[in-house]
Design a protein around this ligand. Structure first.
Ligand SMILES: *[C@@H]1O[C@H](CO)[C@@H](O)[C@H](O)[C@H]1NC(C)=O
Length: 259
């Protein structure tokens, strides 16, 4: 899977695009259960990384990619959003079973994994998390979803359970899902992305901007690949800058729409 050429070409238009392209599994993070400035607590029955002021009325839910909630760069972003005053939660929607780093292992059954950890299930699991935040006194919630989590989030953006969404390099979304969006939504995509190619995201942007009830935009980041916002190479200055820009855009959307 880590050699892009053959498998990617197969997956761009193939059946597997419905789940995820191989780009979703590139540059896996080295997971750490203790990274970040926050703490792990239980929230709505899920182990959750929690960071930021626990009495904040404004919360941000981060929905991880297939590598889950112990990814150091995702937690670092959570801490960054938290330092702007948000209570940030990153639930373990994968139940301690993230996509393996060494998925070339022939014993790993990717299709079975995708079935167990379906994005529909992720969406169902997010709802009690949102209710739990509200019962703690939170009055406004923003959510950001990455890859797998982006696809989970587009479904939530079709409800009024949350106030704003940032969908980053999502798994393949449908026009129906975009048509259903009801809340301020930003979609950040990569120029090189087989799950959500720029042309498709631009079309989604047009569908959303035809609706005047809420603000929306689509931004394509040049010269970066799917996953760049949280799976960048620290030694690549351009990659780090692009990730930081995507993260700033995410925070700014929450500052504007989660009040
Ligand atoms: C994970 O750790 C290995 C070995 O230390 C290192 O080579 C690799 O760059 C690390 N990956 C990330 C994403 O930090």
């Amino acid at each position: 899977f880590l050699t892009p050429s053959a498998s990617d070409v197969h997956q761009i238009s193939g059946e597997e695009r419905k789940t995820s392209s191989s780009q979703c599994f590139e540059n896996p993070p080295n997971l750490s259960s203790t990274c970040g400035a926050g703490r792990v607590e239980e929230l709505a029955g899920l182990k959750t990384y929690v960071t930021g002021p626990s009495d904040s009325k404004r919360a941000v839910l981060l929905i991880a990619d297939v590598f889950g909630y112990e990814a150091p760069k995702l937690r670092k972003l959570a801490d960054k959003v938290a330092s702007a005053g948000f209570l940030v939660v990153v639930p373990d929607f994968l139940y301690g079973d993230p996509f393996p780093m060494d998925f070339s292992n022939p014993n790993f059954d990717r299709e079975a994994w995708m079935k167990i950890h379906s994005m529909d299930k992720g969406c169902e699991d997010a709802k009690p998390v949102i209710s739990a935040l509200k019962s703690k006194g939170v009055s406004a919630i923003g959510a950001a979803g990455f890859c797998w989590g982006g696809k989970v989030l587009v479904k939530l953006a079709g409800t009024e359970d949350i106030q704003a969404a940032v969908i980053l390099h999502p798994g393949p979304m449908t026009e129906d899902e975009i048509e259903a969006v009801k809340i301020p939504t930003a979609i950040l995509g990569a120029e090189i992305d087989h799950s959500s190619p720029p042309e498709e995201l631009k079309k989604f942007g047009e569908i959303m901007s035809a609706k005047t009830e809420f603000e929306s935009y689509v931004k394509i980041f040049p010269s970066v690949s799917h996953g760049w916002s949280v799976r960048y190479d620290d030694d690549n200055e351009f990659a780090v800058k692009s990730a930081e820009e995507a993260q700033e855009d995410t925070l700014n959307w929450f500052l504007k729409h989660v009040k």
